[in-house]
Design a protein around this ligand. Structure first.
Ligand SMILES: Cc1cc2nc3c(=O)[nH]c(=O)nc-3n(C[C@H](O)[C@H](O)[C@H](O)COP(=O)(O)O)c2cc1C
Length: 187
């Protein structure tokens, strides 16, 4: 079995989730390669050799990372021939506002519909707001967007919204699938 987790990440939260999933798989004896989508696009031969894949991308301005989208488009047929899971990361799903949560789910659902990729498992995780890494303008823009989305947020404090129990449940579902047990399409 050649298992791969590939992700895109600008500020580190999607990478952190991908690394946690890799560790979870390794703890049950499943060796797993961890690559960025950028690396995967350069190493064109890697993905077609995989027998199970998890892909993750953050949402920025309502859209997924371009390199992540390129990976899915380029390798869709292979992805549909092996067990795969898709996670996305955004703040909308961590909002108390139902409309924001629905939008986050729709972005994910529309992506799989548009690309024709059929992951067995999909989930949208709440991400993080890393104000300490943003420049002056981005900091204020994200603060305003997060406020509008109903999040309790403070410009002077980074905010991690990820529910790590959900990440673990997602990993467990994927592992169950690899072990031949039935998996629910959502956690
Ligand atoms: C400039 C900017 C734009 C964002 N746009 C959205 C958005 O449209 N919808 C959303 O739900 N989250 C949005 N987010 C939240 C990110 O998806 C979240 O911070 C995520 O954790 C980023 O992942 P990364 O750390 O792996 O890059 C945005 C964040 C930033 C900094």
């Amino acid at each position: 079995m050649k298992t791969l987790i590939a992700y895109a990440s600008r500020h580190g939260q999607t990478q952190k989730i991908a690394a946690a999933l890799r560790q979870q798989l390794q703890e049950v004896g499943i060796a797993c390669q961890l690559l960025t989508c950028q690396e995967l696009l350069v190493r064109r031969e890697d993905l077609p050799l995989t027998t199970a894949v998890i892909l993750g991308s953050p949402v920025y301005y309502g859209a997924y990372d371009r390199k992540f989208q390129a990976v899915v488009t380029r390798h869709r047929d292979h992805l549909n021939s092996v067990p795969t899971a898709f996670f996305s990361v955004c703040f909308g799903t961590g909002s108390s506002n139902q409309t924001e949560r629905t939008t986050a789910d729709e972005i994910s659902a529309q992506f799989v519909q548009r690309t024709g990729w059929q992951p067995q498992l999909t989930h949208v995780f709440a991400g993080a707001l890393r104000y300490s890494q943003y420049g002056w303008f981005k900091k204020r823009l994200v603060y305003w967007m997060a406020k509008r989305a109903g999040l309790k947020t403070d410009l002077d404090r980074d905010l991690e919204l990820t529910d790590w129990a959900q990440v673990q449940a997602f990993g467990n579902q994927f592992i169950d699938g690899l072990m031949g047990k039935p998996i629910a399409s959502k956690i």
